[in-house]
Design a protein around this ligand. Structure first.
Ligand code: UD1
Length: 362
């Protein structure tokens, strides 16, 4: 059984690392299972891609489609053309896609049209915000998926409402947490730690990259100014996503307690998060990691496809306006934040569950 594993963007790399390790283990134990790693090249920098491969021990990709930057349609088309060629040359038995990025959707479509079955890891989650490219990717991918692997029972319920039969839905837990648990002991301080003399629980971490937050210059300026004021006197470390950097460069925004860095590697970023007083973000994956590490997290979005990070975990949604920034940061500074718990099956064992299901199914 040959499985194509698709990875294109930074959050994908974190999800495929434990899957590949589990497939290798299963193969070594005598199962008839093997994989081909397809990197679409959606993310291609050292900071956005290579460092993840090195630190998470992901093998060199068998194929790199090198799609690079472009509009949504350009990337989708480039990935579909590239992956279709790979499949026409040599078909696999299953295409495994993870998450909700452009590469996820594009490869699922290319595979399905050539009658290669599709498995989707992190299926069924929905923000119900169709303006997000990721939501469109989730809906389209799930509409042609054969095997649904879900992080929560809520995701399974979403799929059932769409008419997916129960036997196709496998509640396996959160594969990102496999990586977190496996790497936790290796987290290491980034250079900014000593350069800025950072101390445990004495700074905030900020990440912003969603179009709704960073594409409007005035709104971005107001958001950052409000965060900076509210966090005073704590420093804020802001590893800047390339998409945000392009906008920030033209704005020349500087605040006394704001520390800009390049995008950080996995081990360095999560070291910073683990030791932070709190995190302010618009990412989805980071809210899962802060939930598991018990770090207070403020999400600058109006909705989330990961409600369990708010209902069970340490995350709170405060919207994209600046209204609740000051009061929320104040709560964290005063140690008044909820403690939170960890969702079911976010236990570091998800990849093993997926591979044993695949071995039975195929
Ligand atoms: C993508 C995902 C998003 C995910 C995010 C994580 C989609 C629709 N979005 O958004 O879900 O949360 O990745 O990072 O798939 N760039 C570089 N170097 C790189 C990669 C990108 O400079 O290695 C630049 C590109 O030129 C582009 C910008 O960053 O201008 C955005 O990259 P892109 O992959 O289009 O989408 P993201 O915003 O990163």
């Amino acid at each position: 059984m040959l499985i194509d594993i698709i990875a294109g963007a930074r959050p994908n790399f974190i999800k495929i690392a434990p899957l590949i390790a589990a497939i290798k283990k299963s193969k070594a134990e005598g199962e008839n299972i093997d994989y081909r790693l397809i990197h679409t090249g959606q993310h291609y920098d050292k900071n956005m891609s290579d460092s993840f491969f090195e630190q998470l021990n992901i093998p060199f990709p068998d194929v790199n489609l090198e799609v690079g930057s472009g509009t949504q349609a350009e990337q989708t088309a480039g990935i579909m053309i590239g992956y279709e060629r790979v499949l026409l040359d040599s078909k696999s038995d299953l295409c495994v896609v993870v998450g909700d990025v452009t590469s996820t959707m594009a490869c699922a479509i290319a595979a399905k049209k050539l009658h290669v079955p599709v498995a989707h890891i992190e299926a069924g989650i929905r923000s119900n915000d169709i303006r997000m490219p990721e939501e469109i990717n989730r809906i389209l991918t799930d509409s042609i998926t054969d095997y649904f692997f879900t992080t929560t029972t809520g995701a399974g319920e979403n799929l059932k409402k769409l008419g997916v039969s129960e036997d196709k839905i496998h509640f396996v837990g959160n594969i990102m947490i496999d990586t977190l648990r496996a790497q936790e002991a290796s987290f290491r301080a980034p250079s900014v730690w000593s350069e800025k003399d950072l101390k445990d629980k004495s700074y905030f971490v900020l990440t912003l990259h969603r179009p709704a937050n960073v594409d409007g210059e005035r709104a971005l300026k107001e958001t950052m100014s409000e965060i900076s004021k509210a966090a005073m006197p704590y420093p804020i470390v802001f590893p800047v996503h390339p998409r945000t950097r392009k906008i920030l460069e033209s704005l020349e925004l500087n605040f006394p307690n704001l520390i800009y860095t390049e995008p950080l590697s996995y081990l360095e970023f999560n070291y910073l998060v683990k030791h932070a007083k709190g995190v302010v973000t618009d990412s989805g994956g980071i809210t899962e990691e802060t939930t598991v590490m018990g770090i207070p997290c403020i999400t600058l979005r109006d909705n989330t496809e990961r409600p369990e990070t708010c209902d069970i975990g340490t995350n709170k949604l405060i919207g994209t306006s600046t209204e609740f920034i000051a009061s929320s940061i104040e709560e964290i500074k005063n140690d008044n934040w909820k403690k939170g718990g960890i969702p079911d099956k976010w236990d570091g064992q998800t990849a093993g569950r997926i591979v044993s299901i695949l071995n039975n199914l195929l």
